[in-house]
Ligand binder design. Structure first.
Ligand SMILES: Cc1cc2nc3c(=O)[nH]c(=O)nc-3n(C[C@H](O)[C@H](O)[C@H](O)COP(=O)(O)OP(=O)(O)OC[C@H]3O[C@@H](n4cnc5c(N)ncnc54)[C@H](O)[C@@H]3O)c2cc1C
Length: 465
């Protein structure tokens, strides 16, 4: 909506006080310090999935633990908020991780960019792949690749290029893990469009990636490569906390929005009138709000699939962990055989997370074997089974943690399934037809914190000038 100097500034309701809703509020405030808007949040606290706790003098994350440095929008937001000094790069000198396959941890082959091999020897010598699996992977530059016309799943894309073993043991855990999704149904166009682009340009991903890396190296010149991940020294929750301080006067905590109605050109949110409506909720949580007003829209929002996950943070006495593990942690190969999807050695990844005599790790639980327990929020079973599964693989983990924090995320990971981009486009058209309605957030155009910040910024630039 364009500002008309003759009229009162438009008022905006923002539903959801996760990072998307907060970033949307910040963008409105940046453009106009007199902006009129309210952010409705069901919980007493703002931040949604970004949640940090301190236990035993250690800093633990229940949701995201970092920002991908390559995606600049969340980092830009931190800088705008004066959080420059808070930015904490990952310890990339220790960056390595393993793949759990048939009960054993194997180092992820060196020389891969993502899962795309750039060196032959580490592939030939890894115990993670069989000889036919290795040969199939290394044949990629010599094969002709015929991408399908439309969208394609991550699984099909990877199989076409590198075969099933690369999918199960490298690409699935690495890329599927980011989305907590099933590679067989994950949309390539919506999740990793740059890999599709690489294929369109070069045919072979190995060749395309080599070219990209040469270019990146020459652009960096003498400069040091930035760390892969960035976190905040006081914890990720510092970001929503700071936004909350800046947005005082615009916040409506403990308010679960129940009814949305159309009122002329504008909207009513639980009876209160606004000119514009920004819905920054997960799609399935937004669906019931539109059931009366636009049943078709509501059904379409409801169509998004989601998966369950949980983080299990554990603090141990450091002296009891022997030997101390190296690297950032591990991810489990597919198909998952238990509820353990992966684990991060928190203190190896970031400085300052652990008190001096403490050791912290964070297990990810999910997949079909954990779905019911997470949905039922069966915390004690998840803690017991999660710890037992971890100790099976890593006997150096002591039997009794000093503290545990189980954070379940039922339906916490939106499914970016085949046809996702068309689904988003359809929603956008329907929202436009209703007028003054916008859907942004992790369900729609990217799940990372940075993607959420980008969506807020883009919306504000295009509609709230
Ligand atoms: C375990 C886990 C690890 C992750 N790790 C990373 C990572 O390392 N890096 C990264 O970039 N991303 C990561 N992500 C993804 C990222 O954290 C999320 O995509 C992002 O935080 C979602 O923000 P959001 O504001 O869109 O949604 P949410 O955080 O879900 O916020 C939505 C808000 O809406 C509120 N709400 C719901 N219904 C109503 C209603 N009717 N009325 C009012 N309020 C309502 C909810 O209470 C909630 O606060 C991770 C996600 C999970 C689950």
């Amino acid at each position: 909506m364009k500002n008309d100097p003759e009229r009162a500034p438009p008022s905006t309701a923002i539903l959801g006080g996760g990072i998307t809703g907060l970033a949307a509020g910040w963008e409105l405030l940046k453009r106009n310090s007199e902006a009129s808007f309210q952010i409705f949040e069901a919980a007493p606290r703002f931040g949604g999935k970004i949640i940090t706790r301190r236990m035993e003098g250690c800093l633990l994350e229940g949701g995201p633990d970092s920002l991908l440095t390559e995606k600049p929008w969340a980092l830009d937001l931190c800088r705008e908020l004066g959080l420059e000094d808070e930015l904490l790069p990952s310890n990339d000198h220790q960056r390595s991780f393993s793949i759990l396959h048939k009960g054993t941890l194997h180092p992820f082959p060196a020389g891969c960019k993502l899962f795309i091999p750039q060196k032959t020897l580490p592939i030939l010598t890894t115990p993670l792949l069989s000889l036919p699996g290795k040969l199939r992977m290394l044949m990629e530059p010599f094969l002709r690749h015929r991408p399908p016309e439309g969208d394609e799943s991550l699984a099909e894309f990877t199989r076409r290029h590198f075969g099933q073993e690369t999918l199960d043991r490298l690409a699935g855990p690495l890329l599927g893990g980011i989305y907590g999704g099933d590679p067989e149904t994950m949309s390539m166009e919506a999740t990793f469009p740059r890999l599709r682009e690489l294929e369109r340009k070069h045919g072979s991903l190995v060749k395309g990636m080599a070219g990209m890396m040469r270019q990146a190296k020459s652009q960096l010149k003498q400069g040091q490569a930035p760390s892969l991940f960035t976190s905040l020294r006081s914890g990720m929750e510092k970001l929503p906390e700071t936004l909350t301080e800046k947005l005082a006067g615009h916040l409506r905590p403990d308010h679960t929005v129940q009814i949305i109605e159309k009122d002329g050109d504008g909207w009513r949110v639980d009876g209160e009138r606004f000119d514009e409506l920004i819905v920054a909720l997960p799609a399935r949580q937004a669906a019931p709000l539109f059931a009366e007003l636009d049943p078709e829209l509501s059904q379409r929002l409801n169509r998004q699939t989601s998966s369950n996950s949980a983080t299990l943070s554990m603090v141990f006495k450091r002296g009891d962990v022997s030997p101390l593990p190296s690297g950032f942690g591990f991810m489990a190969a597919h198909p998952l055989t238990g509820l353990l999807v992966g684990c991060t050695w928190t203190g190896n990844k970031f400085e300052g997370r652990e008190a001096e005599d403490r050791f912290v790790c964070r297990a990810f639980l999910g997949g079909p074997h954990a779905a019911d327990l997470i949905r039922d929020r069966n915390e004690s079973a998840l803690i017991d089974q999660g710890l037992a599964a971890l100790r099976d693989i890593c006997p150096f983990i002591p039997e009794t943690p000093l503290a545990t924090w189980l954070q379940p995320w039922p339906d916490g990971n939106p499914g970016y399934t085949l046809g996702h981009l068309e689904w988003v486009e359809d929603l956008r058209r329907r929202a436009e037809a209703l007028g003054g309605l916008h859907f942004i957030g992790s369900s729609f155009e990217g799940i990372s914190v940075s993607d959420c910040a980008r969506q807020a910024k883009t919306l504000s630039k295009s509609h709230f000038v």
